[in-house]
Design a protein around this ligand. Structure first.
Ligand code: PXG
Length: 454
C-alpha cells in the first residue's frame, strides 16, 4: 500500500524496520506495508487513510459486543487500580477470577462447573492435552495418551495447538505434529464429498473416528477434539448426519470429548456454545475470543464435574501460566458477560439477526461465481467456483485473494480461506448493517468475476 499520508508512511516504516507480524510473509509485508487500523466503533473500523470499513470478521472472530464499549475499559481501569496483578499459584485467588469462574459455569452446559484459565485459546488446548493425560494416569490408564483431531481443524499456534490442528502448512514448519496426536478427515462435504450426498458423507466422515479408535486401540486413546463448526478451516458446517453419528461413537468408547469453542463459544451460533447448538455434551470446552470480546487476552478450559472428581484425587496438576486468570482480564470478561446477558445479545442473534443474515447471504447463490452459501448463527461461508454443478474451482487463480482485496478496497473485511470467503461479524450487527455487508459482498463478487474474465 503506497500512501500519500506521511503518518501512514511513518507507521509502515516502523513495521518494516521492527515488527514481525503473525502468519505473514515478512519480506512481502515489508515491501507492501500493512494497513494501519487506528480506531473502531460498533461494527466499523477506520484505517490511517480515513477509510471506514465494515468488519465482517469481528477482528479475528472475537469482538462479540462490538468495538468501543466504555464499560469494558472502565472495568479494566477499576481493576488495575484495585489489584492489577496477582497470581493463582500457591493457594491464592482474587475476587474477579472467582466471580468469573462462577459466571462462566452459569452459562456453560449442565454439569460443566469448573474453569482453568489461560492467556489464549492455544494455551487452553495445551492445558487440555496435559489435563487429559493426567486424568487417565490418575485413573490408572496412563497409556490413553493419543488425542484424535481432524484435518483442517484449527486449535492454535503453540506446539501443542498447531499439532492438534490439522493445518499441513503449519505442520511443515517445525516437525509437527508432536507424537501422540493423529488426524482424521474433516466433514467438509463441498470440497471432499465427491459423489456422496451430504448426509452420506457426514456419516462416512464420522465413521472415520470409530475406525481410528479401533486402529489405535481404545486403550491408547485419551480424547477426541473438534470445533463444533470449523472456523479458520473455512466455516465448515458439518452435514446434519455428522454430530449424531459422532455422539453414538463417543458413547460407545471410553474416551473424553473436547469441544473447541474458541470461535463458537459465547453466542456465535445463537446459543451460548456450539455444544448447546448441537447438543454435544463434551467433557471439556476450550474457550477464548468472545470471552472478553477480544478487548484483552484471555482463554481457558471449562471442565465437567465428572472429570474434576477424578482430578481431585490426583494431587498436584503441574501446569499453569503467570497470567492464568489475570485479574484485569477477568474483570473485563465479567463485564463482557454481563453485557451479553443483560442486553440479550445472544437471544437477538438467535431470534433476529442470524436468521436474517443467513437468508440474505443465501441470496448470493444466484451469483455465477458462487457454488454454495452456508452458515449457522453469525458465521457464513461463500464458496467461489468456476462451475456450480461440478463444484470445480478456478485452479491456480487465487480467486479468494482477489475477492478479499476487492473487499478491502470497498470497505468490507471478508476473509479468504483458499477460494472460500468467510464472515463472522460482531454479534451486535444490525439488520441494516447486514444489508450493507451483503450488498458489498455482492459488489465484490461482481468485481472478482470481471477480473477473472478480463
Ligand atoms: N481454537 C480455535 C477453534 C481457534 O479458532 C484457537 C484455538 C487458538 O486461540 P489463540 O487465542 O491462541 O489464537 C483458535 C484461534 C484465522 C485465525 O486465520 C483463527 C484463529 C487464530 C488466528 C487466525 O481464522 N483462531
Amino acid at each position: 500500500m503506497t500512501s500519500n499520508n506521511p503518518q501512514t508512511r511513518e507507521w509502515q516504516a516502523l513495521s518494516s524496520d521492527h515488527h514481525l507480524a503473525p502468519f505473514s510473509d515478512f519480506k512481502q509485508l515489508k515491501e507492501k506495508g500493512p494497513r494501519i487500523i487506528t480506531h473502531a466503533k460498533g461494527v466499523y473500523l477506520w484505517d490511517s487513510e480515513g477509510h471506514q470499513i465494515l468488519d465482517g470478521m469481528a477482528g479475528l472472530w472475537c469482538v462479540a459486543i462490538g468495538y468501543g464499549r466504555d464499560e469494558l475499559a472502565d472495568a479494566a481501569s477499576r481493576q488495575m487500580r484495585e489489584l492489577p496483578y496477582y497470581n493463582l499459584f500457591f493457594q491464592t485467588a482474587h475476587p474477579p477470577v472467582l466471580e468469573l469462574a462462577k459466571a462462566i459455569s452459569d452459562v456453560a452446559p449442565e454439569g460443566m462447573n469448573h474453569v482453568f484459565f489461560t492467556g489464549s485459546g492455544s494455551e487452553g488446548n495445551d492445558t487440555m492435552l496435559r489435563m487429559v493425560r493426567h486424568y487417565w494416569a490418575i485413573k490408572g490408564q496412563p497409556n490413553k495418551k493419543v488425542i484424535i483431531s481432524r484435518k483442517n481443524g484449527y486449535h492454535g499456534s503453540t506446539v501443542a495447538g498447531a499439532s492438534l490442528g490439522g493445518m499441513t502448512y503449519m505442520h511443515e514448519q517445525g516437525d509437527l505434529p508432536i507424537p501422540g496426536i493423529v488426524h482424521i478427515p474433516q466433514p467438509y462435504w463441498f470440497a471432499e464429498g465427491g459423489d456422496m450426498s451430504p448426509e452420506e458423507f457426514g456419516v462416512w466422515a464420522a465413521n472415520q473416528l470409530e475406525e481410528k479408535i479401533l486402529e489405535l486401540g481404545v486403550d491408547n486413546v485419551g480424547a477426541f477434539i473438534a470445533e463444533p463448526i470449523q472456523g479458520a478451516g473455512g466455516v465448515i458446517v458439518p452435514p446434519d448426519s455428522y454430530w449424531p453419528r459422532i455422539k453414538e461413537i463417543l458413547a460407545k468408547y471410553d474416551i473424553l470429548f473436547v469441544a473447541d469453542e474458541v470461535i463458537c463459544g459465547f453466542g456465535r451460533t445463537g446459543e451460548w456454545f456450539g455444544s448447546d447448538f448441537y447438543d454435544l455434551k463434551p467433557h471439556m470446552m476450550t474457550i477464548a475470543k468472545g470471552l472478553t470480546s477480544g478487548y484483552i487476552p484471555m482463554g481457558g478450559l471449562i471442565v465437567n464435574d465428572e472429570v474434576v472428581a477424578v482430578l481431585n484425587e490426583g494431587g498436584d496438576f503441574n501446569h499453569g501460566f503467570t497470567y492464568s486468570g489475570h485479574p484485569v482480564a477477568a474483570a473485563v470478561a465479567l463485564e463482557n458477560l454481563r453485557i451479553l446477558r443483560e442486553e440479550k445479545i445472544i437471544e437477538r442473534v438467535r431470534g433476529e439477526t442470524a436468521p436474517y443474515l443467513q437468508k440474505r447471504l443465501r441470496e448470493l447463490n444466484d451469483h455465477p461465481l458462487v457454488g454454495e452459501v452456508r452458515g449457522v448463527g453469525l458465521l457464513g461461508a461463500i464458496e467461489l467456483v468456476k462451475d456450480k454443478a461440478t463444484r470445480a474451482r478456478y485452479e491456480g487463480r487465487g480467486v479468494g485473494m482477489i475477492c478479499r482485496q476487492f473487499c478491502f478496497d470497498n470497505g468490507l473485511i471478508m476473509r479468504a480461506v483458499g477460494d472460500t470467503m468467510i464472515i463472522a461479524p460482531p454479534l451486535v450487527i444490525s439488520k441494516t448493517e447486514i444489508d450493507e455487508l451483503v450488498a458489498k459482498a455482492r459488489k465484490c463478487l461482481d468485481l472478482t468475476l470481471s477480473a477473472l474474465q478480463g
